[in-house]
Design a protein around this ligand. Structure first.
Ligand SMILES: Nc1nc2c(ncn2[C@@H]2O[C@H](COP(=O)(O)OP(=O)(O)OP(=O)(O)O)[C@@H](O)[C@H]2O)c(=O)[nH]1
Ligand SMILES: [Mg+2]
Length: 742
């Protein structure tokens, strides 16, 4: 049997033997039980490096005399126990030892005391011993549990380490993935910002473009409106001009009973055979006929021959209504109604007269009615005329009519060998018409058809059958001479006019011009000016005619223009991808339409230009005459010369500024457009009106001044001379008319 000391040494030896690298740092011993069936020793070990710790429990097996390990561990299980872990375990084991030792001590002492006191029976002791053995088993089981727990702990530890490793790998992988992702994200964000910027730029650009386009559109629209307004204005001006021009043409309507000689009178007035004269008593004129002519005084007339009253086909009323239609027709300036009657003034005629006054026109019309008594043999005898009027006035009704009318004229226009008589008739009637300055003014709403004042107006005194009554004021004489002169000279041609003019041009010291000659020269000049107005009116008429023609033929292109504009309009203000092309398409159509219109106009432009060039020649002619007259009075100090010079105002009145090209502000041979043509017409009209007033003022001024000269004391000679001159002119005109080469 080994001693306690020997067993303890053996256990210690065994404990340190297997832990080659470690050393015991603390022990828990249970020496009290050594002599019993076991001896245990708890140990805390540490290796030489101080890194590994272990807790061991060894015990001595008496039966086999061997040291065995109670708290099992593997050889290398020390690894992984941290100092604190080993310490914790050691503390638990230490507690267990102590508790076990204390309990055992307590029980032993109880047993000993019971043994000593012999109080306790065998049974109690057994019972206690059982309890002790029970405790031992419990201890053993606790140890086993501890061992199991340790194993599980180890296993868990390993698993944990493995998981740790895995998670580390995962994290690394994740982190590298994240880096890639971050890079891609950053790249995408940059791209996005770039795209955003581009979008913003585009939007800015679009908005700028839209603004520009809007502005251009607005501008174009404004221009279009302006153009439209201009066009409308031009057309208004042209209409007005046409009206103005028509004022220069006066309408003379012939009415009367069938067979009284209306058509004959119409032929006499126009100096033609255009009107069909009746051979038998049957009605000859079956519908109205209109012809124009220019009287010797330069006035233009429109003669309207009508169907005879009493014609079986038409009632008086319908004949007169036909007359009204003509009279009211736009721009037909009704100047005079020639009520033609033969010997008798019958009921039918009285009825017609009353109808005219009360139904067709108004009371005023009688002032514009001239009664023309035809088929009156002694029409040149004043006494016979007077007697005839007296006789007619026997009828009260007729007296009233005759008194209310403008005048009663007697003529005779027999069909055979009547040329001479016809000429006299013509003079009588024209002489009368000169005095009919005013046109009939309708009082109803149609008054615009009859413009109030005629641009050519001169004061005319009561005119007798004499052509140039010297008793009338000088102003009137001058005016009439002026007309007669320029017409007789001008109608033949400028050459003749020049010849007449030249004859007066050379003023020599030994043979100066007489005052009447000076007057004549002035009158010729004024006549040339008047003629210039006439020809310019004609030019304007022609220009308008051409313009209207070209407009008419260009109308088909208007359709294209309008269509283009309406297409453009479809696009509205909404600007997106499709509306702009539509708008452009519209514009294109419109522009092409306008171009075609202009192109078409070019065909008419040539004729237009010809008229302008012709007019230009007239301006040059007038300019020459002006300088000639100014020059010829330069060193002349006679009374009349100074009057003329004063009014002529040398150097101030330059006719070259009246050039059509100057006025229309176009170049010669410049390509004309409808717009330009319009402009030219408009400027010419404006200027013509101004010129007309100017010439009127000038004539007034001359007349006034010359009248003063005539009224002076020694003017008799001058008056005689003028009278002689007038007669001379009259004779000369008749001569020249005969001489005209055909
Ligand atoms: N002796 C003479 N014969 C005239 C005169 N005026 C016209 N005649 C003649 O009378 C006839 C009729 O003349 P027209 O001029 O045709 O008469 P009208 O008024 O036009 O007649 P309708 O057209 O039927 O309304 C013709 O043969 C003329 O030659 C005149 O003053 N004296
Ligand atoms: Mg007739």
């Amino acid at each position: 049997m080994k001693t306690r000391k020997e067993i303890e040494t053996e256990i210690r030896k065994e404990a340190t033997h297997s832990v080659t690298r470690g050393s015991i740092i603390e022990t828990i011993e249970d020496e009290e039980f050594l002599h019993e069936d076991d001896y245990s020793l708890g140990l805390m070990l540490v290796d030489k490096g101080g890194n590994y710790y272990a807790t061991r429990i060894l015990s001595y097996d008496y039966q086999n005399d061997k040291v065995k390990e109670i708290f099992h561990y593997e050889n290398n299980a020390l690894v992984g126990f941290l100092t604190s872990g080993a310490k914790d375990r050691f503390k638990i084991i230490k507690d267990l030892f102590i508790r076990y030792r204390d309990k055992k001590k307590q029980l032993i002492s109880q047993i000993n005391s019971l043994k000593a006191d012999k109080i306790v029976g065998e049974e109690t002791i057994n019972h206690l011993e059982q309890q002790i053995s029970q405790l031992r088993i419990e201890f053993q089981s606790q140890k086993t549990n501890l061992n199991d727990a340790n194993q599980q702990l180890n296993k868990l530890k390993r698993e944990l380490t493995e998981k740790d490793q895995k998670s580390q790998n995962l994290e690394q992988k994740l982190s590298s993935n994240r880096k890639i992702f971050d890079e891609q994200l950053e790249k995408a964000q940059k791209e996005l910002i770039k795209k955003d910027q581009e979008k913003q730029n585009l939007e800015q650009k679009l908005s700028n473009n839209r603004k520009i386009f809007d502005e251009q559109l607005e501008k174009a629209q404004k221009e279009l409106i302006k153009k439209d307004e201009q066009l409308e204005k031009a057309s208004r001006t042209i209409k007005k001009l046409q009206k103005d021009l028509s004022q220069f043409q006066r309408s003379i309507i012939l009415i009367g009973r069938t067979g009284n000689g209306k058509s004959t009178l119409a032929n006499i007035l126009t100096g033609t055979n255009k009107f069909k004269e009746g051979k038998y008593s049957t009605s000859q004129t079956t519908e109205k006929q209109i012809e124009e002519f220019t009287a010797e005084n330069g006035m233009k007339y429109r003669v309207i021959d009508t169907v005879g009253i009493g014609d079986t086909k038409l009632s008086t009323e319908s004949v007169l209504e036909g007359i009204r239609d003509v009279a009211y027709k736009n721009n037909y300036n009704l100047n005079q109604i020639l009520f033609v009657f033969g010997g008798k003034f019958e009921d039918k005629e009285i009825e017609a007269f009353d109808l005219l006054r009360n139904n067709i026109f108004n009371e005023d019309i009688t002032k514009y009615i001239t009664l023309v008594r035809t088929k009156f043999d002694h029409f040149e005898d004043e006494k016979e005329r007077e007697t005839d009027i007296e006789k007619l006035k026997d009828s009260k009704k007729l007296e009233r009519i005759i008194n209310s009318c403008n005048k009663l004229i007697h003529v005779n226009n027999p069909p055979v060998d009547g040329q001479e008589k016809r000429d006299i008739s013509r003079k009588i009637i024209l002489n009368h018409l000169i005095t009919c300055q005013e046109n009939y003014q309708s009082q109803d709403s149609n008054s615009e058809y009859f413009p109030s004042s005629s641009p050519v107006s001169f004061e005319s005194q009561d005119s007798n059958s004499d052509y140039f009554p010297l008793s009338s004021p000088v102003s009137n004489i001058i005016y009439q001479i002026q007309y007669i002169n320029y017409h007789q000279q001008f109608e033949i041609g400028k050459k003749e006019f020049e010849l007449g003019y030249q004859a007066l041009e050379f003023t020599k010291a030994d043979n100066p011009l007489s005052d009447p000659q000076r007057l004549k020269k002035l009158i010729l000049f004024l006549g040339a000016k008047r003629k210039f107005v006439d020809t310019r009116q004609e030019t304007i008429n022609k220009l308008i005619e051409i313009y209207n023609k070209s407009e008419k033929s260009g109308k088909k292109f208007n359709k294209a223009c309008a269509m283009g504009e309406s297409i453009g309009g479809l696009a509205g203000n909404d600007l997106n991808g499709t509306t702009i092309p539509i708008m452009l398409l519209g514009k294109a159509i419109s522009v092409v339409g306008k171009i075609l219109k202009s192109k078409y106009f070019a065909e008419h432009a040539k004729r237009f230009e010809d008229y302008l060039t012709e007019d230009e020649k007239n301006v040059c002619f007038l300019n020459d005459k002006y300088h000639s007259i100014v020059d010829s009075f330069k060193n002349d100090s006679s009374k009349i010369s100074s009057v003329i010079k004063d009014i002529l105002k040398p150097k101030r009145n330059e006719f070259s500024q009246y050039s059509v090209f100057e006025l229309g502000s176009i170049q010669k041979e410049e390509k004309l457009t409808p717009e330009k043509a319009e402009k030219v017409i408009k400027s010419l009209i404006d200027h013509l009106k101004k010129f007309e007033t100017e010439i009127q003022q000038e004539v007034d001024q001359y007349s006034e001044e010359i009248e003063k000269v005539f009224k002076e004391e020694n003017s008799n000679l001058l008056q005689d001379e003028v009278k002689r001159l007038i007669e001379e002119l009259e004779n000369k005109s008749e001569q020249t008319q005969i001489e005209v080469p055909k």
